[in-house]
Design a binder for this molecule. Structure first.
Ligand code: ASP
Length: 436
């Protein structure tokens, strides 16, 4: 058996955290491939090394750049001293300062956080260091190039027993050897790519929470941890605002049937959350989780005899398409059709879109409201059980919350409810209270 272990920034923020990571890796021989992030925050108003690197690179002159660079050096020197390592990063610092001064690329700058942390961790663990720039190839849009990466990376991993491969970056796939980074949080993606190419059994993603929570802890006190969640459920919850993993980190492992285990570096014995393709494990509650987002607008279009006008829906949606607005939901009545959109994307284009709809379908009226929150109640357990929707609606009715929109797809994986923004938190609490 073999495992990839990815550690987030807070898990590697200082020497104390490095020691915990060491214990975790050494406790299980299967933990063969290690993917580190750059040192993250040590306390709540601390600055992540990646952010310091961006600041240093963007400094207005060399003097300012060197000032920020001192802070970066200090972070790594503290770790080196705290762990009594003999490795020196002096050469790397020198090369980085020169390259920053020559402005060789922002992605190069950002990537050095993971690069240096990877070197330190490899030396501490006695593992081989594999520079991600040699084995991971990324296109100009920040997506990993499967064809270029997979043969090189899988071959390289075969040659090593244990290795550290820094997260977040690789090389541009045009052969230029330019460093290219994924989007922020991208070490999760590296972990997934390494898991796929190392053909491992589990991808452990170590962070500072004991797994995926059933609801946002800023809204619900002490929500339960989800023990097992499917990729589909995760996608629904993540889309609606729950975030633990980088969005793109699921695809490489999902196609290989490799589960992801979210684990807590500070509480390594907690089981965490297992993310799987499909499972017979019954969720402990009928619902797996609740997530939501505020800031949606509705465009309600009314026209007598709309139902008999073939092509009405297509013409309306075409107006949104022409303005590059993606719609979230589309509840409809016989003579009404409502389009739910993200207010932020819509607001600047609203008048053009209204005019476009008038021209396209000559409605009797159009009403706009911009005060909608959407809440997703997600769970594979809903499919087989009756009364889930009734319980959701009852919970909201008891709290005197008016439901403005309901959407349940035939996959029965989720029920989406729209409420006014002012009821957002109250509604999530009420639904959570009903099921947990
Ligand atoms: N260090 C990078 C960031 O802060 C990437 C990562 O941690 O995954 O976004």
């Amino acid at each position: 058996m073999s495992k990839v272990v990815k550690f987030g920034g807070s898990s590697l923020a200082d020497a104390t955290q490095f020691k915990k990571v060491y214990e975790i890796i050494k406790a299980d021989q299967d933990r063969r491939y290690v993917v580190p992030s750059a040192p993250g925050k040590r306390f709540s108003d601390d600055t992540k090394v990646t952010d310091l690197l961006y600041q240093a690179y963007n400094a207005k002159n060399d003097k300012e750049m060197l000032k920020v660079f001192d802070l970066i050096e200090e972070r790594y020197q503290d770790i080196i001293e705290g762990l009594s390592l003999t490795i020196s990063l002096e050469e790397d610092y020198k090369e980085m300062k020169e390259s920053f001064s020559k402005k060789i690329g922002i992605d190069y700058a950002a990537s050095r956080g993971e690069y240096l942390n990877g070197k330190l961790l490899a030396s501490y663990l006695g593992f081989e260091f594999i520079d991600a720039a040699e084995v991971i190839f990324i296109d100009e849009h920040g997506n990993y190039d499967i064809e270029k990466t997979d043969p090189v990376l899988s071959q390289r991993l075969k040659e090593v027993e244990c290795a550290v491969i820094p997260g977040f970056y690789g090389s541009l796939n045009d052969g230029s050897q330019t460093i290219k980074a994924f989007s922020r949080g991208g070490s999760d993606v590296t972990g997934s790519i390494v898991a796929k190419n190392g053909k491992v059994d589990v991808y452990e993603n170590w962070t500072d929470v004991s797994g995926f929570l059933m609801a946002d802890p800023r809204i619900v006190d002490n929500p339960d941890v989800i023990e097992t969640i499917t990729y589909k459920e995760l996608r629904e919850l993540s889309y609606m605002g729950a975030s633990v993993l980088h969005e793109n980190s699921v695809f490489p492992v999902r196609n290989e049937g490799i589960p992801i285990n979210i684990k807590n570096t500070n509480k390594p014995l907690d089981p965490g959350t297992l993310i799987v393709e499909s499972t017979c494990h019954k969720p402990s509650h009928v619902i797996t989780g609740i997530a939501g987002r505020q800031g949606f607008a509705t465009v309600m279009i009314e026209k007598d005899m709309m139902n008999s006008e073939v092509g009405f829906g297509r013409k309306v949606l075409q107006v949104f398409e022409e303005h590059h607005i993606s719609f979230e939901h589309m509840p409809s009545g016989i003579d009404t059709m409502t389009i739910v959109v993200n207010t932020h994307d819509f607001i600047d284009k609203e008048q053009d879109i209204l005019a476009g709809i008038h021209r396209a379908v000559q409605p009797d009226s159009i009403e706009l409201e911009s005060d909608l929150s959407l809440i997703a109640v997600v769970g594979r357990g809903m499919k087989a059980s009756r009364g889930t929707a009734a319980r959701v609606f009852n919970a909201l009715a008891k709290e005197n919350i008016n439901i403005k929109m309901i959407d349940q797809g035939s996959s029965e994986l989720n029920i989406i409810i729209g409420v006014r923004n002012c009821y957002f938190e109250q509604a999530i609490k009420a639904i959570y209270g009903e099921f947990c």
